[in-house]
Design a protein around this ligand. Structure first.
Ligand code: ADP
Ligand code: MG
Length: 583
């Protein structure tokens, strides 16, 4: 490229031709390029050739000077250096380009990172939400109270005229799956005011300080939209008691919570903003959050009762084709302790079972299978030997009989020895007591009966097969029983040791438990506790043995049926037991 001033002729000329041509005087001039093994040759007739020569060729030089050929040494350095500088300039440009690209992408990253601070609250308008209060069944009190919240927003004058302050914060409290989020959605759907929803966990991010600024953002957005509702789901993830943890993450949480408290205080009364929050851990919330003027209204969303369960079941079967034989009231009675989410899941599983059967209508069998799947687990194809089956059957029937004696025949829902994945053998499904679930009160009698039922499998094996032949079939029940006994002694004060709490494992939340001092227990007391635990366990096992000995005939009969049919349902159990059971 550097010799572009020549336009070369196509005909070739060789080295020997060249030497000859020099001697015969055909050459006008020769151009040398230092450090190159080529020369350009200009003939007198105007031809131009490029001819390869040896490096540092002396022969051509000599001959050329002899024959007075014009010699030119081209300084290609200039050209080379031009080329060099061109190369370095382009390298430099590439470098700059790369830097620009890197800077750009990092700035994008950075802006994304700092964009975290912009709150990502979903802004929902009424048209977006299809949920209505009709979709939330079985929690009439909570729904009523929430409807009142809508009135606060829509007709604040009504309350202001009476000098009443509209509550700023409403806290929905209740076990998981009872419909708290659903209620909030229903409010969004019904209220006709803007609805800002965010999950509290979204406040807490990688960067310290983000949470707090998000809270600020959320509230400033809300002020623009007022009247409106802010909904913070799972508020316990930021609202936990402060000052009890360790580590940076915790500081971040505290900052976020402080900001939330500030914002709650910051907006004026009757400003048209109501903060709705939901949690299933009200016990761990910071007291400051709960004081009047902040979340002063608490609405409890409880597990549904019999009637509530029936309503929820019917809400969730609206879009599903139920066979006419299905009585939702019956299924409500079989699902004590189920939450709304569990019931929704039950109806969904039933529909899936129905589809699997390729039938058009959901019938009792599908619901029964779905219930089994949810409570007992999937059926496994494990094959059990007849001998093992017998042991499992005695374990299960033993439990069912002690349960019938202690809690009534009605409390046994189902006995099965069909192998299920994840369990050794069978399963005895016991209906929890509706009262206990709704009141949450645990009596000493209840705990004793639980322990006896749990140990009844071991009791049955002892009676039937003898002390030396017992198996570890009831291993899970024994550990369950031991845990209850320990709680009785160390937590509830249900033993001769007295009403003393020596429970050290409550509130084992991040950091919390680390600083909590272990309760001081004298060695002497500690061994008394152990003795008491052993004592109660032994007494309970003996009680179960006594009950089963008394009911040996029934025990054998039920085991026979179970080995034949593999499952005894509530009806059959009642039928077989009601005459023979000796209490
Ligand atoms: P949480 O109380 O944990 O926030 P959700 O509101 O998220 O519970 O409920 C989960 C799902 O369970 C809902 O989407 C709904 O399908 C069902 N569900 C729960 N409670 C009810 C209820 N009271 N009525 C109807 N469906 C319910
Ligand atoms: Mg929820």
């Amino acid at each position: 490229m550097f010799r572009s001033k020549f336009s070369y002729s196509d005909s070739k000329s060789s080295y020997s031709d060249l030497l000859e041509d020099i001697e015969t005087g055909k050459i006008e001039s020769i151009f040398f390029y230092p450090r190159q093994r080529e020369i350009d040759v200009l003939y007198k007739n105007g031809d131009k050739f490029k001819i390869p020569i040896l490096y540092n060729d002396q022969l051509i030089l000599e001959k050329a000077t002899e024959n007075k050929v014009d010699l030119t040494v081209n300084n290609s350095r200039k050209e080379a250096s031009a080329a060099n500088s061109f190369a370095s300039i382009s390298l430099f440009l590439i470098f700059i380009l790369a830097i620009v690209l890197i800077l750009r992408s990092t700035s994008k990253l950075a802006s994304r990172a700092f964009g975290f601070t912009k709150n990502q609250a979903k802004f929902v308008t009424i048209d977006d939400v299809e949920t209505r209060f009709d979709d939330v069944a079985g929690v009439p009190e909570a729904a009523e109270e929430l409807k009142e919240v809508i009135t606060f927003l829509k007709e604040p004058k009504k309350f202001e005229n009476l000098g009443a302050k509209v509550p700023k914060g409403v806290l929905l409290i209740g076990p998981p799956g009872t419909g708290k989020t659903l209620l909030a959605k229903a409010i969004a759907g019904e209220s006709g005011v803007p609805f800002l929803s965010i999950s509290a966990s979204e406040f807490v991010e990688l960067f310290v300080g983000v949470g707090a600024s998000r809270v600020r953002d959320l509230f400033s957005k809300a002020k623009e939209k007022s009247p409106c509702i802010i909904f913070i789901d799972e508020i316990d993830s930021i609202g936990r008691q402060r000052g009890s943890g360790i580590g940076g993450g915790n500081d971040e949480r505290e900052q976020t919570l402080n900001q939330l408290l500030t914002e709650l205080d910051g907006f004026a009364d009757n400003s048209g903003i109501i903060v709705l929050a939901a949690t299933n851990r009200p016990d761990i919330l910071d007291a400051a959050l709960l004081r009047p003027g902040r979340f002063d209204r608490k609405i409890e969303v409880m597990l549904p009762d019999l009637d509530g369960r029936k309503k929820i079941l019917s809400v969730h079967s609206l879009s599903k084709p139920l066979s006419s034989e299905v009585d939702l009231g019956y299924w409500a009675s079989r699902t004590v302790g189920f939450s709304g989410a569990d019931l929704a899941n039950l109806m969904n599983e039933s529909a899936i079972h129905c589809a699997r059967d390729e039938s058009k209508l959901i019938s009792d069998i599908h619901i029964e299978n779905a219930l089994d799947k949810i409570t007992i687990g999937l059926r496994s194809s494990l094959i059990t030997s007849p001998n093992m089956k017998k042991i499992i059957a005695y374990n299960e029937v033993g439990r069912a009989i002690v349960c019938a004696v202690r809690n009534g025949i009605e409390s046994v829902d189902k006995i099965t020895i069909l192998p299920r994945s994840g369990s050794i053998g069978g399963y005895t499904k016991i209906c929890p007591d509706e009262d206990v679930i709704s009141s949450g009160l645990i009596s000493k009698k209840l705990l004793f009966s639980k322990i006896e039922i749990a140990l009844a499998g071991r009791a049955a094996e002892t009676i039937v097969f003898g002390e030396g032949e017992i198996t570890q079939c009831s291993i899970n029940d024994i550990s369950y029983a031991t845990n209850i006994v320990r709680e009785m002694v160390t937590k509830y004060g249900f033993s001769i040791i007295g009403p003393i709490s020596m429970d050290s494992d409550n509130e084992m939340y991040l950091g919390d438990g680390l600083f909590k001092r272990k309760p001081l227990i004298a060695e002497n007391t500690s061994s008394r506790i152990d003795n008491e635990i052993i004592n109660i366990s032994k007494i309970s096992l003996n009680n179960s043995i006594k009950i089963l000995k008394k009911n040996r005939v029934l025990l054998d009969k039920l085991v026979d049926i179970l080995l034949n049919q593999e499952t005894i349902d509530k009806k059959l159990f009642k039928l077989t037991t009601s005459e023979l059971l000796k209490v």
